[in-house]
Design a protein around this ligand. Sequence first.
Ligand SMILES: C[S@@+](CC[C@H](N)C(=O)[O-])C[C@H]1O[C@@H](n2cnc3c(N)ncnc32)[C@H](O)[C@@H]1O
Length: 270
Amino acid sequence: MTTTRTAAVPGLAGEILAGYGDRVHVHDLYDEAGASVYHDLAAADTSEIRELTRAVRAVPGPVLELAAGSGRLTLPLLALGREVTALELKESMVALLKERLAEAPAGIGGRCTVVQGDMSAFALGGATFAVVVLGTTSISLLDADGRAGLYAAVRAHLRPGGRFLLSTVDVDGADGDDLDLEAAGASGRRYRMIEHWRSGQEVRKVTILPPERETPQDGPVPAFTTAIRVLPPDDLTRELASAGLRVVARHTLPAASPRHTDVLLEAEAA
Ligand SMILES: C[S@@+](CC[C@H](N)C(=O)[O-])C[C@H]1O[C@@H](n2cnc3c(N)ncnc32)[C@H](O)[C@@H]1O
């Protein structure tokens, strides 16, 4: 379990959590304690699925999905009738994904191979794929070295004529207050999500905590954090080109919030 000090949480979320003193337990969103929160939110989130599956449908053949998490995109990809290899770093997420696949009809779950691995350095025994998918703007979890490793590994696993589909997010208008939203998980549980970012900062910090009215009077107050890099699509397109991956199509996705623009990029080996 990752527990950090409240002082490490910036902005509005840090101020709110400081009010709860040492009752606060801060976890990484993708660690053991956070995985169930992520999964609850992900299970209620349909963003990108339609655009991604449409782009995958256009390129027949097996699919490699990177940073698969608990399978939010994996299941819709399997529903296209493809063989899917799902790669994910965290053991807690791999376990959730395997559970979901075991619950899916055999004809679906049986077409998925789950691999625990790092998307910035993977080698899948010579296997190649028609499509490599990296959705949910997860490229922003990698630093520059990690992204260089990712591009090299993607090129090594793409078939000739294959596509690398990845989403990223542009952020603007962030010099005022922190973005403060409430979202419901698939269980009906509600979460307050606060994003802290100022123009020019490389990373935006997202903190998930219980809405004030649902915060317990006593006992632990759980909070979950993740740090997400800001990688505007134009910068990413240039970076991909210098790594030998040419962007051939770009689709703007429905807005996730007033200050975010999500974009799906389609790249091929140059
Ligand atoms: C934003 S979530 C997206 C998960 C899933 N695609 C979805 O849509 O719900 C990002 C996922 O990337 C995983 N991850 C983080 N760093 C990774 C890495 N270096 N290699 C593979 N997976 C990674 C996290 O554990 C998490 O499950």
